[in-house]
Ligand binder design. Sequence first.
Ligand SMILES: Nc1ncnc2c1ncn2[C@@H]1O[C@H](COP(=O)(O)OP(=O)(O)OP(=O)(O)O)[C@@H](O)[C@H]1O
Ligand SMILES: [Mg+2]
Length: 601
Amino acid sequence: MISGKVTRISGPIIRARGLGGAGLFDVVEVGEKRLIGEIVRLEKEEAIVQVYEDDTGLMIGAGAASTGRPLSVLLGPGLIGTIYDGIQRPLEALYKESGAFMEAGGRGDPLDPDKEWSFIPDPALAARVAAGEKVPAVSGLVLGTVKETESITCKIMIPPGVAGGNKARGIIAWLSPASSFTVSGVAARTDLGEEIKLAQWWPVRVPRPNAGRLGAETPLATGQRVIDVFFPLSKGGVAAIPGGFGTGKTMTQHAIAKWCDADVIVYIGCGERGNEMTDVLTEFPHLIDPRSGRSLMERTILIANTSNMPVAAREVSIYTGVTLAEFYRDMGCHVAIMADSTSRWAEALRELSGRMEEMPAEEGFPAYLPTRLAEFYERAGRVQTLGGSEGSVSIIGAVSPPGGDFSEPVTQHTKRFIRCFWALDRDLANARHYPAISWIDSYSEYAEEVKSWWEKVSPQWAAVRQAALDLLKKEQRLAEIVRLIGPDALPDDQRLVLLSADIIKNGFLQQNSFDEIDMYCSPAKQVRLLELIMEFHERAATCIKLGAPLIKITSLSIREELSRLKSTVKNDDTEALSGFEQGMRTSLEELERSYRTKEML
Ligand SMILES: Nc1ncnc2c1ncn2[C@@H]1O[C@H](COP(=O)(O)OP(=O)(O)OP(=O)(O)O)[C@@H](O)[C@H]1O
Ligand SMILES: [Mg+2]
């Protein structure tokens, strides 16, 4: 351990002398309380250290000791269902130790050191080792499994070599039989003496290696119609939700975290209000995952770095989160990360940079803001894991531009690295149209890639999607005219466009997160709903062309029903939708027939 002395303190940034031999990004323990910090810059005689805990009371001359290793997280069974702070301290365990106000310097074990897990060796591997085969100890090799929760089986793997890539590190000399042990128990040993334990450390700033990137053709089904059908996200994709104050960023992220078809959710509450994390804590354990039938907390990891917690830990929390996500990806899981909000994270970066007296760039953010954003989003992706399976990390970052102005630096830079943009609209939020995702300003570059997946749900997907988007564009143009001269001056076929666009907005795009049925919409129901709405529009347009006045359409009872199907028909009730379709066809065909006969006469 290299020891030095603190020479200057500026909030969470301190300078220390005498740390000569320490490396960049080494962890440093500062003062009597041994506060955790990280060397972020090295100068000739001084090291600049970013301290992750409250350093109130720290004095010049206090000791600073480098541990000689980078900031790392402990990866192993027991992560799921735990709430951590930005540097992987378990908040619940610390709360039991020191009460609601955590003391600086409190540690806590990231994984419970006493809990025993039941390890089951991989049967094929066990047979090979028992037969005396020389199995190379390559990174990613699955040694066995541990049942972590009812929904998640944690694979115990040979970790990638941090520096040495994935070269074989000897051969497996011993594999543990089925037995129970703690996270520090040994699952296998190599002939070179390396012990592979249930839990392993990994430095947060280093992406975990994989065997190659795969395409983005499987969507992350979120159960939110405007997202899945209009602006889909792929598994392994990157999306941003920008929106002004109170437009629904957190609600949208909660909805995705609850219902998306990922195996594991990592929810990073980054600089937002504490009560938003409380909502997750109180709600998730009671919610049931529609796929596994188990509590949602059994697939969720929370990282809480709320606005009242140390700012430096907020900076590192997103790396901690993405590293935990990569660990599950490497087991072959699909992981989704919610980061709320990346703007608060960028503000932490700005504050730290200011205290380090760096030259500011746009709006005071450091010049490396885009690089850091890129580093974060680049860790997403669908990959072939070192163990040969397929896993993915999808990242969904909320952005809170001040005043809802999307031209500010964080939104603009984020746009360069994401491929899916769910722009929240103030007017929609004011009109209580939720989710307030604008169908004009949002986009998704994954729509083409996920097309073949959706076409298995319904061959009509791409066609109805495009038709609905076109109709909404047409409505936007007409709305300009309506603002000038009112709707009555428009001919009936154009007023039908307004009517059908309204049905799309109310009956399809709007989705109430508090409604028992509407909160989650299955992919099959999503396309069916839109198909019904577009069929209604087509048939109504034919009637109008034949001379039927619009009033004949608006007075049909099916029009109201169509808008309400989203919350009246359950996801699996395909019969009810077919029944409605029959009824709708009958009434519109009847109308069409009567005008056709009139035309012939
Ligand atoms: N999908 C939805 N269904 C119903 N209500 C919603 C929905 N989305 C947002 N709301 C309403 O909007 C309010 C604000 O949403 P939310 O807290 O998500 O906004 P935010 O953008 O995260 O705000 P902040 O900038 O303060 O973080 C919610 O309390 C809720 O009443
Ligand atoms: Mg919020």
